[in-house]
Design a protein around this ligand. Sequence first.
Ligand code: NAD
Length: 486
Amino acid sequence: MSAATPILSSVPLFEGPYYLSIGGQLVESGASFEVINPATGAAFAKAPAATAAQLDAAIASARQAFGSWSALSYDARQSYLEAFADALQTHREELARLLTLEQGKPLTSMAQPEVDLSIDWIRQGAARRIPVEIVEETDQHTVELHHTPLGVVGAITPWNFPVVLALWKVAPALMAGNTMVIKPSPYTPLTTLRVGQIAQSVLPPGVLSVISGGDELGPQLTGHPDVAKISFTGSTETGRHVLRSAAGTIKRVTLELGGNDAAIVLPDADYQAIIPQLFWGAVGNSGQWCVGIKRLYVHRSYHAAFVQAFVAYAKAQKLGNGLDADVAVGPVQNKMQFEKLKGLLADIKANGQRVVLGGEIDPDRAGYFIPVTVVDNPPEAARIVQEEQFGPIVPIIVYDDVDDVIERANHSPYGLGGSVWGRDTQAAVAVANRLDTGMVWVNEIHTQGVDIPFGGHKQSGLGTEHGLEGRQLFTNPKTVLIRKSL
Ligand code: NAD
């Protein structure tokens, strides 16, 4: 660990042990697995490896709790969730530090905001309702559309934003009357386990359980006959497995998957002014962001000056251990991702693409550190343009014609997000409207909220999270037709 660590000593750390939470109880598991700190490459804690029987027990307890939880009023469920948010609030610094240790992200600029956003998401989500809709009203009858809870929801999460991606499923699922079992990524189980432990002190037994273990728990959850819905966030490849497995019992499925988001900087953009937003849109969380900018298209008229300014900004951002106060970019989260990015860097080199920053990994440095790398105008067919890199390697690609760049942006199996940047807002919106993605930001990036629908087109996902649409996907629509007089 680096010497410059003023924050470290002031933030408490939960020292463990970590337990599974099942049916209101903190439960040990016979087996455990090591959790690696990506800044050192060394194990720093152990997480329980749940058995198949323990996952079954969590699902059974969720099923048992469903009857009484779903019978509560919205107001009663809101009170429970507010108590949950309060309990998380008292642990916010501890959770943030644990998140940095297991995930690698910088403590003050990424981990603490992620924890705070998650708590806020619970509070705000607890205040939302799904109203009964009158879809037809005549002299003879009334037709109402209700939304009834599904039962047990299985939540499966990835390792890039382990806290927020789990907690933003919790409020809409529980508020709708469901109970939930969360399975975090084996790379980042600890903050979610800790959230589960905290939940047991405030929520009724079985309403929210957390189970950690290997990838093999995923198929068990997605195939289980007593799970009514899977809310999955992760890669497109695993999403396919989830969909296949859920077919057996016709589960409801929401899939938030991979992306290869384009940012289009229009010819009239004030490109110097937006470089910080573009940089963090691409490199924030070390580029491990589903809606991160993964292809940055700039117009030929200012391309050279743009690359120079982007590189100058990037050079000022320190790479290092996320616990150090002056570090802006942390390591990538795990060895698998590190090796994948090394492969991409080798491909960039082998194909003679122009690397104007970074590109070389320090072989003597422990941990999974990939320097911020800028590739200047690689061909459209290059792997770094076509694939989801999920790391701090930014291809800056030149275009001449706006119609052509829209076509290139859309030429992808993914359709998660995108952004358009220009002085003429109307012209930028017109470009945004032509992008085939679930979200598109105009002159801003990564704004999110409980009322803002979030989801992908094409192979980036199925269904929506957040907003009324997202909340409704944790329910069954139920049409009630009432004749007024016989
Ligand atoms: P991953 O698909 O490898 O793993 C995600 C989760 O699925 C983990 O908990 C894992 O244990 C579990 N899993 C593995 N095999 C499974 C199976 N057969 N059945 C069920 N579950 C299984 O994804 P990752 O590498 O952890 O995350 C990175 C990916 O997630 C990237 O592609 C990124 O774009 C995507 N992502 C998408 C969003 C979004 O909202 N669209 C958000 C964050 C990350």
